[in-house]
Structure formats: C-alpha cells, structure tokens
Design a protein around this ligand. Structure first.
Ligand code: PHE
Length: 453
C-alpha cells in the first residue's frame, strides 16, 4: 500500500521538504507563546522536566506512529484510519479517531488565530516604535489595551485567517513548502540572539534557576496534565496534522530519524524561548504567572532597551506570525483533505467552508478577553475552555488512540515494513507504544480526575 501515491493529493518533493513542513507545524505559538507562560504558571523546573519526559517517552513514539499511519494510509486521517483498520481486520470505528482530530484542529485554530493576531498587532506596534524607552508598566498597558479592544483583535484574527486560507487553497507543494524554507532557520537565529540579550539582563541566573531547578512541591495533578497536553500540542500530535503530512511523504524515508529531527528542533525552540523570557521577567520584577500575555509583556521591554531593538522587535513578531502560519495551515489541513476526498470539494471551496466556520468561533474567543470575560463554563472563559478541552483532553485522547492502534491493532509486520528500523530500535519503539504510552496517558487522566491520590 505504501508504494502507491495518493491519487487525489500530491507528495512532498523530498524528505527535506517534509521535515520543513512538519517542523513548521510543530514550531509555533506553542513554543514561543504558550510554553513560557504555562511554565510560569506551573512553577518552572519540575514542570519543564515532566514536559521533556512526555516529549521523549510519549511524543516521539506517537509521532513515529502518526507519520507511519499517514504514509501507509495515504489519505486524510479519517480515511487513512479506515483503510488501515480494514488492513488490520480491526473495527472500522477507528475512523472516529480521525473525526476527533478534525474537531480538535478546528477548535484549536479558532483561538490560535486570535493569538496569532496579537502577534500581528505587535508587528505594527514594533514598527511604530511603541516599545522604545518604555518601562514595564507602560509595556503592560499596551497589552491590556489590546485585550480590552475586541475589534482590533477581530481585525487581526481575520487577517491571519485569510493568510492561512490563502496558503491552504494553493495546496501542499506550492503553498506549504515555500512558506517554511527560510522561516525555520531565521526563527532559530533570532531566538539565539534574544537568549544572548537575556544573558546581559541581570536576571539570567534567576531565570535559569526557575526553569531548570525542579521543585516538585509546586506540581499538582493539573500541572502534570498540562505538561502532558503541551507535549502533544507542541509536537502537533493527536489530531492528524502530522498524520496528514505523513500521507504526503514518499516511501522509504526514515520515519524515526525524521521524528527526532522535528522533535529536537521543536524542543530547542521552546527552551530557547523560555531562556530568553524568564531572565527578563526577573530583571523587571514581573510576575512569572501572568498568563497568556507573558511574552507580550516581556520581550517588548528588551526590544525597547537594546541597540537595534526596533529592527529586532519588528523581525521577531514577523517571525512569530510566520511560525504561527506554518502551524495553522496544518491545523486545518485534515479537515480540508477530508472535504476534498469525501465531499468532492475542490481545495478552494473546502478551505473556504472550514475557514469561515473557524473564523466565527474565533470572534467568540476575541470577546472572551473582554466583553465575555465573565461568561464562564467550568470556571473558564471561552479561550481557556477551548485550550483546556483541546490541548489537555482531545490531543492526549487522540494520542492514546494512535498508540493503541499502532501498538495493538496494526500488524507488527506492517509497521516493521513501514518503519524499516534495525530490530532493536524497532523493539524499543514497540515497547514504548504498547506498554508505556497508553498506561501513562490513562494514569495522568485518572490522576487529574482525582481518581488516584
Ligand atoms: N504545534 C503547534 C504549536 O506549537 C500547534 C499545533 C497543534 C499545530 C496541533 C498543529 C496541530 O504552535
């Protein structure tokens, strides 16, 4: 099956193109915006350690499985799961895993686009020199003003959604590949540069201590769930994004090697973001737990002070926007691929329909930071609810399904054939995917539900 390219969709031009696109999907707001603020909210070092363990023990083997299922199934996640469950003589109900993923991607994109819109707004703030010579209080009030202003947020959210749809409509090769080729290296270098600045900021030691000195007294069941959920979120796992990219991957490319490159780059960018941000937090007596506004309240301070800060500020927020864009296209791609396959839509119509619905939900998210901020379900506003539901519940659940399917239902010969690993490495992967990932995910869920101590 893996030798036949899909008739409907195209293929990546090379392994390198796949690595770029998958890294583009993985590296995004999750690394630069979310990782630092949830690390801040969850007490630092111990949280970082649990997150890293989750990336290694759950994320990597599940990413291998997702790419494998995608490449062998050669269709959108729903149809790939259907094809492979037939091949494995398993229940065709496995295709609902694809549905779960499409729904998760859709719900994530609704708020992702709003936050990416903030980054766009900050491109213009940087360009207009609004960060220059400001103190921490003034930088903070730039952010609070934006939060209080739904129309500006909706405007930028619309711009971002339009950009996403424009790329998705043009299709995988033309649209996605070109978008990531220069972006990833550029982003990496600017993060390194910001770390260099953080070293001189006066809070460097304290920042590093916060991030890398584990204090487990700060960790509760919810922090563990958040760390695990974030491992899935940051690697774009559990919802079919990596699976659908895998379905465009040519045969005989080493899936395991590619996974380590993608996961390694993703983790490196997140850690660099943290190392750049926490020293600024401590040097300026800001709150580590200040939530989703953390990077918007810290990095502009650095841009306002450093030489060449105007240029670096503009550059950074442009790159953040582009990094978000290469992730957002993968959030909507499973839905688009499915509409194309099952409803005979062309990519244009499929993208338009999925995108409009997503945009509408995003408008609600923009309201949740102001006029709807007091409307809460389970004590969460719409943004917090969508984030919790997707990152902490739906993605790990999707990951669990993928692990169970790849480990217990797919035939070992088939995964062996697809992965082409040396026997001992294959055994490690298979042990992780059968005996480590499923019980670990279930335990974290039960723990968070308070079922276990
Ligand atoms: N991995 C992306 C990020 O860290 C978000 C994402 C999640 C993208 C799930 C696709 C699928 O920003």
């Amino acid at each position: 099956m893996s030798e036949q390219p899909s008739a409907i969709h195209s293929q990546w031009s090379s392994r390198f193109a796949f690595i770029l696109a998958a890294t583009g999907s993985a590296v995004g707001l999750g690394n630069i915006w979310k990782f630092p603020y949830i690390t801040g909210e969850n007490g630092g070092g111990a949280f970082v350690l649990i997150y890293l363990l989750c990336v290694l023990l759950l994320g990597a083997p599940i990413m291998i499985s997702e790419i494998m299922i995608g490449r062998r199934g050669r269709q959108s996640p729903i149809n790939a799961m259907l094809a492979l469950s037939r091949e494995a003589a398993a229940n065709p109900g496995w295709r609902y895993l694809g549905w779960l993923g499409i729904a998760a991607g859709f719900l994530i994109l609704a708020y992702y686009s709003v936050i990416a819109g903030w980054a766009l707004d900050y491109v213009f703030k940087a360009f207009l020199g609004e960060f220059l010579d400001r103190d921490a209080g003034e930088i903070q009030s730039l952010y609070t003003h934006l939060m209080a202003d739904p129309l500006t947020q909706i405007f930028w959210h619309s711009v971002f959604m339009a950009a996403t749809l424009y790329i998705v409509m043009r299709g995988v090769n033309a649209g996605l590949e070109h978008a990531v080729r220069f972006l990833m290296p550029a982003l990496f270098f600017i993060m390194l540069f910001l770390v260099g600045y953080a070293m001189t900021s006066g809070g460097y030691q304290q920042g590093l201590h916060f991030m890398f000195h584990p204090d487990f007294s700060k960790i509760g069941a919810n922090a563990i769930l958040t760390a695990m959920g974030h491992a899935f979120f940051t690697l774009s796992l559990g919802m079919g994004a990596i699976m659908v990219y895998g379905s465009y991957l040519p045969p005989h490319v080493s899936i395991a090697k590619t996974t380590f490159i993608i996961a390694g780059a993703d983790t490196a960018v997140a850690l660099l973001a943290g190392i750049a941000i926490f020293p600024l937090v401590f040097a300026n007596q800001l709150q580590v737990g200040s939530g989703p506004g953390l990077i918007f309240q810290t990095l502009p301070l650095a841009f306002g002070e450093m030489t060449g800060g105007w240029l670096f500020g503009v550059l950074f927020f442009v790159l953040l926007f582009l990094a978000a864009l290469t992730s957002s296209i993968s959030l909507i791609e499973p839905a688009v691929a499915w509409l194309v396959e099952n409803h005979g839509h062309d990519r244009y119509r499929a993208s338009l329909h999925a995108g409009l619905a997503c945009w509408l939900l995003g408008v609600g998210v923009a309201f949740s930071f102001n006029i709807w901020s007091q409307h809460k379900i389970f004590n969460k506003n719409l943004f917090e609810l969508l984030d919790f539901l997707t990152a902490n519940i739906m993605l790990p659940l999707g990951g669990l399904g993928i692990a169970l399917f790849a480990g217990w239902f797919m035939r070992a010969e088939h995964s062996e054939e697809e992965l082409e690993l040396p026997p001992e490495q294959f055994r490690i992967w298979r042990a992780l995917i059968r005996y480590v990932a499923p019980p670990a995910i279930i335990l974290v869920f039960l723990h968070a539900l308070g079922v276990m101590g």
